[in-house]
Design a protein around this ligand. Structure first.
Ligand code: TRP
Length: 374
């Protein structure tokens, strides 16, 4: 009896597979954009100009966009619970203040959608330890640790799950994430080959503009980074005008007094021009003409003014959201709801294909068999 039903089930699933292989050749996926950011609290202008501004541009271009605050990724290294929660809230406030519009985009928090962890487990069973050991970010981060948390190791699998749950086709990321996306592509390929077409192969949209390469204000040979021990090395979106002025004034340039754009020989001044250009919308050439006759000190004042004008409304808006956590929570909860409904659909499909949800699938097959027999 049991054997008979098994054969029937087998036949049913074979016919399902046949449909899939046909589908593989003809399937075109709707364009969907997904990206994630760790809840580090506040962002600096490098993160803003290099990543978040692009997210907003994609949203405003009418793309189907989903953005995730990845708190499950954050705990791959130890976090203080209260700080993590606060940083998550502040990241949501920051993204909204930068122009993410909850009416156009889905903005949500990863841990509020349990399917991320669920799909991550399933995908983790489809890759090898050798594949994960060679990823550069893992190598770099684990090299500094005596004991390596397992989460740090499987971090890229969770990232693949993030992308695949929403069947994203395009993923805007920095250069350092490209290899993680290659893992997502190979997991999608492996899953499709084994269980039938389910996932698109996502494509990395790596920004090739200068905005992702803003330099430290204290050492223009280094990238602008929040983890830099010198707080004067970067400008945060929450910096008050006075703080911005101070940081720009103290920024390292060189001993030539006029303003010229020469990233090779004069990286400090070129960095200021890049920041100025990206915040004002003017080209470096326009800025160069305007700055004729100014010395570097006077030019720094101009950069300060452009930055303050651009960042002030964002800082004020972040403050407003942080002062009204109920409103902020309602917006994010709404985003989580939208994300959950998509994630739920994908995980149900995945579990059925992999051979889970045994009882509900078998019940449905029995109903179908009865109908066929009528
Ligand atoms: N790993 C990414 C980073 O450190 C963050 C991230 C997590 C992400 N999941 C993602 C980015 C999915 C793009 C898509 O920046």
């Amino acid at each position: 009896m049991l054997k008979l039903s098994y054969q029937v089930v087998r036949r049913l699933s074979v016919s399902v597979h046949r449909c899939h292989s046909l589908e593989t050749k003809t399937h075109t996926w709707p364009r969907k954009i997904f990206s994630g950011v760790q809840p580090t609290g506040c962002l600096h202008i490098g993160n803003y100009l290099g990543a978040v501004k692009r997210w907003v541009d994609l949203q405003n271009a009418g793309e189907d966009v989903t953005y995730c605050i990845v708190d499950l990724h954050s705990i791959t290294l130890p976090q203080e619970p209260e700080i993590l929660r606060h940083n998550c809230l502040q990241m949501a406030a920051t993204l909204l203040a930068c122009g993410i519009d909850p009416m156009k985009a889905t903005l949500f928090v990863q841990s509020a959608v349990p399917q991320h962890a669920e799909l991550s487990w399933i995908l983790g069973c489809m890759t090898t330890m050798a594949r994960l050991t060679h990823l550069p970010q893992y190598k770099e981060k684990s090299a500094k640790l005596k004991e390596i948390p397992l989460g740090l190791y499987i971090y890229p699998v969770l990232q693949a799950a993030d992308i695949m749950l929403y069947k994203a086709t395009h993923v805007p990321v920095g250069e350092d994430q490209v290899q993680h996306l290659q893992l997502a592509q190979s997991l999608a390929r492996a899953f499709n080959n084994r269980f039938g077409t389910t996932f698109p192969f996502c494509e990395a949209k790596v920004s090739d503009d200068t905005s992702s390469r803003l330099k430290s204000l204290r050492d223009p040979a280094k990238k602008m980074s929040k983890s830099d021990p010198d707080p004067k090395s970067c400008i945060m979106l929450t910096d008050e005008p006075k703080v911005i002025q101070e940081k720009i004034k103290k920024s390292v340039t060189d001993f030539t007094s006029e303003v010229t754009f020469d990233p090779e020989k004069r990286p400090g001044v070129a960095n200021l021009i890049t920041i100025h250009s990206l915040t004002s919308g003017k080209t470096p050439a326009e800025i160069f003409v305007e700055a004729k006759g100014l010395n570097t000190g006077q030019y720094k004042q101009q950069v300060t003014e452009a930055l303050v004008e651009h960042l002030n409304p964002i800082r004020i808006q972040i403050g407003r959201y942080m002062d009204d956590p109920n409103y902020l929570t309602a917006i994010i909860e709404n985003g989580c709801e939208k994300a959950r409904s998509t994630a739920e659909r994908t995980i149900t499909e995945v579990k059925e294909k992999v051979g889970m949800n045994a009882f509900s699938v078998i019940r449905q097959q029995a109903i179908r068999r009865k109908e066929l027999a009528k």
